[in-house]
Design a binder for this molecule. Structure first.
Ligand code: CA
Length: 227
């Protein structure tokens, strides 16, 4: 049974979440502030955490940092609309995904299932050598990308970006994370480079680069590989 920890200070939303999750056979613990959320995470070892960023006692990002000190549990962040800086900070701190309030319960449940699936698939990820989409195939061991049976030539930088994205399927990877991984340091100005390299990757790999289906931009935040 999947155990969900909800950290949220809005009692109505907590009640709605608990009812909906329990109805789908999730086991739910709820905390109304950050400190009790961290305590419950330690005590209950949840399979996934749903975390509000606006908590009464501490910033949600601090909760993420505290959890990331000892656990890789998927963290799905709840955030107010128009708070993209906040979302980026949460993702950079190690959150796995975010959902904007107000959200539909169906959307939240879908994100939750995806986060749990990724966690369960994670131990296999390093053994999964081949990632296949309907447009292209990436062989991580052979370091080769093909499209329609044809080898696609990628520069080392393009390859590195692609590798990070396809090994995090469905996950939003922030600009900062990509810049840090590929260029080794964070230079805000290099977000332009990222845009250029992503455009090149799309040209080489997507069936219709102007309407990408696999290498998705999340404006102002980062990129997501949809298998
Ligand atoms: Ca709140």
């Amino acid at each position: 049974m999947t155990r969900v920890l909800v950290v949220e200070d809005d009692p109505q939303l907590v009640r709605a979440l608990v009812l909906n999750l329990q109805a789908r056979q999730y086991r739910v613990d709820a905390a109304a502030d950050g400190a009790s959320g961290i305590r419950l995470a330690v005590a209950r070892w949840p399979d996934v955490v749903v975390l509000d960023l606006g908590l009464p006692d501490m910033d949600g990002v601090e909760v993420i940092e505290a959890l990331r000190g000892w656990t890789r549990v998927p963290i799905l962040v709840l955030s107010a609309r128009d708070a993209s800086g906040e979302k980026v900070a949460a993702l950079d701190a190690g959150a796995d995904d975010y959902i904007t309030k107000p959200f539909s319960m169906d959307e939240l449940l879908a994100r939750l299932r995806a986060a749990v699936r990724r966690k369960e698939a994670a131990p296999l990820a390093s053994e999964t050598a081949v990632v296949e989409t309907d447009a292209f195939t990436v062989d991580l061991l052979a370091k080769k990308a093909t499209r329609g049976g044809q080898d696609i030539r990628l520069t080392p930088t393009e390859w590195h970006l692609l590798e990070i994205l396809v090994t995090n399927p469905g996950r939003l990877v922030t600009q900062k994370q990509l810049l840090h991984e590929v260029w080794g340091a964070y230079h805000g100005s290099r977000t332009n480079y990222l845009r250029v390299y992503m455009a090149q990757l799309r040209r080489k790999l997507e069936a219709d680069p102007s309407r990408p289906r696999h290498l998705i931009t999340e404006p102002g935040m980062g990129y997501r590989f949809e298998p």
